[in-house]
Design a protein around this ligand. Structure first.
Ligand SMILES: [Zn+2]
Ligand SMILES: [Zn+2]
Length: 232
């Protein structure tokens, strides 16, 4: 059965940054993690990390001491060729999650329409990263299957069109939650974790999305800003 095929999820370390003085954890290191889901049909990519350095990003990158990783190199370390990527989804369109989308012309990139609209408002993101020649965005609202055993799951809250990825496995779903939940500690309920709910764009929506994710009773949860996975 196609939905029960072995789907291998590989974490892709896309770089680090340092929280600024006005951030909740000033001076501490933050990480950005993308994921590749391998199946017999190819590799589905969830997020593309920070954009490469550029003059326009200089000030922002200096403020947060952003240390981006180049996706082709990160993929090579994981034994994946850029050409094997059949489709991409961004959890949302802030520049730490979609920075290298331009590596994928003529390949479907799934985003929620609400996120696409938000991204084209002033000061939301770095538009050069998402508007590029050959860009092929598939704007689909809500939950939907994108490949056998791989489903987009709408999780608004951190941003208007945030989405997660649900990957089937024989002993329960694997959730790639992007920034719908900030950290392992937030999911696990440890005291004073790095959490994203209190600073999200829509706090009630964030809480509803967390509830929906919990109701899936996952086997494993992987985060966009925490290298440590949670396992049941
Ligand atoms: Zn964000
Ligand atoms: Zn982020």
């Amino acid at each position: 059965m196609s939905s029960r095929q072995a789907l291998d999820v590989v974490a892709l370390p896309m770089g680090e940054f340092t929280f600024g003085p006005d951030d909740p954890w000033p001076g501490q290191t933050g990480v950005v993690v993308a994921y590749a889901v391998r199946s017999s049909g190819g590799v589905f990519l969830f997020d593309t990390g920070f954009a490469a350095r550029s003059e326009e990003l200089d000030e922002f990158y200096a403020t947060y001491d952003v240390r981006p990783q180049a996706l082709p190199e990160v993929l090579a370390v994981a034994g994946i060729d850029l050409g094997e990527i059949t489709a991409v989804a961004n959890c949302h369109l802030h520049l730490d999650h979609c920075g290298q989308n331009a590596l994928f012309p003529n390949r479907p990139i799934y985003v929620q329409p609400a996120e696409w609209s938000a991204a084209h408002e002033p000061d939301y993101t770095y538009l050069h990263a998402i508007d590029f020649p050959g860009a092929c965005y598939e704007q689909v609202a809500g939950d939907h299957e994108v490949a056998p055993g791989i489903r987009i799951f709408a999780t608004p809250g951190h941003s208007p069109g945030h989405q997660s990825l649900v990957v089937d496995s024989p002993d329960g779903p694997l959730l790639l939650v992007g920034q719908a939940i900030y950290s392992h500690g937030e999911w696990a309920g440890i005291p004073n974790p790095r959490e994203g709910g209190s600073r999200s764009a829509d706090i009630p929506a964030y809480r509803r999305s967390v509830k929906r994710l919990r109701a899936l009773n996952p086997k494993r949860v992987l985060f966009g800003h925490d290298r440590r996975p949670w396992t049941r």
